[in-house]
Design a protein around this ligand. Structure first.
Ligand SMILES: NC(=O)c1ccc[n+]([C@@H]2O[C@H](COP(=O)([O-])OP(=O)(O)OC[C@H]3O[C@@H](n4cnc5c(N)ncnc54)[C@H](OP(=O)(O)O)[C@@H]3O)[C@@H](O)[C@H]2O)c1
Length: 271
């Protein structure tokens, strides 16, 4: 069955940039009502304008500042999101930050920050939205994990650990939600051309500050979200998206894990 998003209320986190922003335009184009969240309100307003250009009515889009690490403020944000249309049909847990540093150079504080954003922030928001969806007896929760959620690569020990963690969490949640009317989708992107490496953390917690060679050579973000939307329409539990060698690495890991462990030793230093 093809899932339609016309008039559905879709909440996207990390909507101020990259994959979340591009997803917002796709949903706007399909007639969804949107809640756009991230920390930077000015960027969210810019994305909202783009959604209106893509076909949304201004009143159908709520921009809602949200820091996913701020659990104290989260309950009020969930109330505001729910009040937008009275329903939340879909939550896309897409906010995230990456890492560019070797383990030996990475402070524990940096690992904690990665986990706060990429793992606990996602779980906290999901736990608050889940009762609403259970009441509705319908809903769809997605998480943007990563190929790094299936494969461990150098310079991303914390990011890989965090993305593996959410992969496990949402796979388990999918099983728990069977027969509840709530669908769970994990998204596994490879390298996609976004701001992800600019805001990635170095070992001391400062920003990496540039687009590295992998991201610069990655898939176009609009092409990426077309694949994701196709997966949503088809109700896929897992959506892999990318076009580089990292996608074949998923198969190598499954079939020849020792070969994969050798291959990733040659991942170059990000520059
Ligand atoms: N690009 C890739 O190659 C790639 C590959 C695999 C997976 N992913 C995943 O895809 C997701 C989206 O990343 P992207 O590639 O689109 O990168 P991006 O362009 O840097 O976007 C990241 C988004 O996350 C938001 N964000 C960061 N920290 C946040 C926080 N504490 N609270 C709320 N929002 C926060 C940012 O908004 P504000 O700064 O305004 O808060 C921004 O909207 C991430 O989960 C990332 O790990 C990306």
């Amino acid at each position: 069955m093809v899932q339609s998003f016309k008039d559905k209320t879709v909440w996207i986190t990390g909507a101020s940039s990259g994959i979340g922003e591009a997803l917002a335009y796709e949903f706007a184009n399909e007639g969804a009502k949107l809640i756009l969240s991230a920390r930077r309100m000015d960027e969210l307003e810019r994305v909202k304008e783009g959604c209106v250009k893509a076909g949304s009515r201004d009143a159908d889009i709520l921009t809602l500042a949200l820091d996913v690490t701020d659990e104290t403020a989260m309950a009020e944000k969930v109330k505001a999101a729910h009040a937008h249309t009275g329903r939340i049909h879909m939550l896309i847990n897409n906010a995230g930050i990456s890492q560019r540093s070797l383990c030996v150079d990475t402070d524990m504080e940096t690992y904690r920050k990665l986990f706060d954003v990429d793992v606990f922030g996602q779980i906290a928001l999901t736990k608050m939205v889940l009762p609403i969806m259970l009441d509705q007896k319908e809903g769809h929760i997605a998480i943007t994990s990563s190929v790094a959620g299936k494969i461990g690569v150098p310079y991303r020990t914390g990011y890989c650990a965090a993305k593996h963690a959410v992969m496990g969490f949402y796979d388990a949640l999918r099983a728990e939600m069977a027969n509840s009317g709530i669908r769970v989708t994990t998204i596994t992107p490879g390298f996609i051309r976004t701001n992800i490496s600019k805001y990635a953390l170095k070992g001391d917690g400062s920003e990496f500050g540039k687009t590295d060679q992998n991201i610069a050579g990655g898939m176009d973000v609009t092409a990426c979200v077309k694949v994701i939307m196709d997966g949503f329409h088809k109700g896929k539990p897992e959506i892999a998206v990318g076009e580089g060698r990292e996608m074949s690495a998923l198969w190598v890991k499954r079939l020849f894990p020792k070969r994969l462990f050798k291959m990733v030793e040659n991942v170059p230093k990000p520059e």
